[in-house]
Design a protein around this ligand. Structure first.
Ligand code: PLP
Length: 393
């Protein structure tokens, strides 16, 4: 037996464990202190009432022989894929329901999609970004090139170096930066010219407030020829614990004469068990008029936090981005602090927990991520504390 030695090339996944350890040490040493977390990228508000109701109904159906369901459809139930198509139609994107694959969240498919690509494909990944792209390619042993996101390019790198597989994340985690249609068009043209595929992660698209910004890469002409889009109900509808998302593989996307849709269907029908009927009925409710309105309220709640954090940093003169079309605020650490030094400072001096930028790539070294997924009272308290911090004076 031999192991996949590519796994030995992975960096220890120390970010969240180190944070947890530091927080736990601090709590043990200071049991009287209350910590405020502006760190986690997990939602905190409960599921929308329509989603709960739909899932209850689906459970009842399972108890009756007339409505009981066994194995589901390979791509996900047609009722949910049609609901996703309806959602895209509102974005002026026409999809065929067989282009939509229901999954248990974008995280899985973003890794699993690599099964259909050759191992000797080169990969281009933005830095900083959601770490799953890098880790899954290291596991597969692919050559990775990084494109630098920095203050100069507003953390939105544009095409320079060729590669076979290009990852784009917009709105970006952690920076909150969002590509414009013109910028995405540059990527689409580049991918078509170089016969590359774009893996477009739109997990945070629902947070885009500016109507001119794209919420799907397919809003850009010709994108169906070169892009796969991954989206999730995790942040859109609080499904981080329920688990549901979808991947769009357009029929027009081919490699030679092989449609990628066909390969992906083959992969999924072999290796993926699908999402439970109950969850898919809950997901369907997310896309109804009333479900959308309920979830919009939750998004607005988080965005109020984002605005509060952003306004505070603005007043303090701290360089930051994000927070306008994304739940994340990405700030420059004060002075010459590294992201871990600032983490320690905030924890010890302000009792606030955030995420050191270094966890998202080397370009995150002197940056820091704050999240707006918390409780509004906690955010308000945290902002009062930030306002008085000596380091910002
Ligand atoms: N993509 C990005 C950019 C994320 O930040 C996350 C989760 O935080 C995901 C995808 C995965 O989301 P899920 O697997 O919960 O759908």
């Amino acid at each position: 037996m031999k192991i996949n030695t590519n796994y030995l090339n992975l960096k220890d996944n120390y970010l969240f464990s180190t944070i947890a350890e530091k927080v736990s040490d601090y709590k043990n040493a200071n049991p009287e202190k209350d910590l405020i977390s502006l760190g986690v990228g997990d939602v905190t508000l409960p599921l929308a009432p329509d989603v709960i109701e739909a899932m209850h109904r689906a459970v009842d159906e399972m108890s009756d022989v007339a409505t009981f369901r066994g194995y589901g459809e390979e791509r996900g139930y047609s009722f949910l894929r049609q609901a996703v198509c309806g959602y895209y139609a509102e974005k002026n994107v026409e999809l065929d329901e067989n282009e939509v694959f229901i999954n248990d969240g974008a995280g899985s498919d973003l890794g699993n999609i690599l099964d259909i690509f050759a191992v000797n494909n080169s990969v281009l990944i933005p830095d900083p970004v959601y770490p799953v792209y890098v880790d899954t390619n290291i596991m597969a042993g692919r050559e990775i090139f990084y494109m630098s996101g920095n203050i100069k390019n507003d953390f939105l790198p544009l095409p320079e170096k060729k590669a076979d597989i290009i990852y784009l994340c917009s709105p970006n985690n952690p920076t909150g930066a969002v590509y414009t249609k013109q910028q995405l068009k540059m990527w689409v043209d580049f991918a078509i010219e170089h016969n590359a595929v774009i893996l477009f992660d739109s997990a945070y698209e629902v947070f885009v407030q500016d109507g001119d910004l794209p919420t799907s890469i397919y809003q850009v002409e010709n994108a169906k020829k070169c892009a796969i889009e991954f989206c999730s109900l995790s942040k859109m509808a609080g499904f981080t614990g329920i688990r549901c998302g979808y991947t769009v593989v357009p029929h027009e996307l081919v490699c030679g004469d092989m449609p990628l849709n066909k390969l992906w269907l083959r992969r999924q029908s072999t290796k993926f068990n699908g999402v439970s009927y109950v969850v898919q009925r809950g997901a369907e409710a997310v896309f109804t008029k009333s479900g959308t309105a309920q979830n919009k309220k939750n998004i607005a709640y988080y965005m109020q936090n984002a605005v509060h954090i952003s306004n505070t940093l603005q007043k303090l003169g701290v360089w930051h981005t994000g927070g306008k079309n994304s739940p994340y605020i990405w700030l420059k650490c004060p002075g010459k602090m590294s992201s871990w030094e600032f983490f320690d400072y905030l924890l010890n001096t302000a009792n606030i927990v955030g995420i050191p930028g270094e966890g998202f790539g080397t370009n995150g070294e002197s940056f820091f991520r704050l999240s707006s997924f918390g409780n509004q009272d906690d955010v308000a308290k945290a902002m009062e504390i930030l306002n008085k911090l000596e380091v910002f004076a």
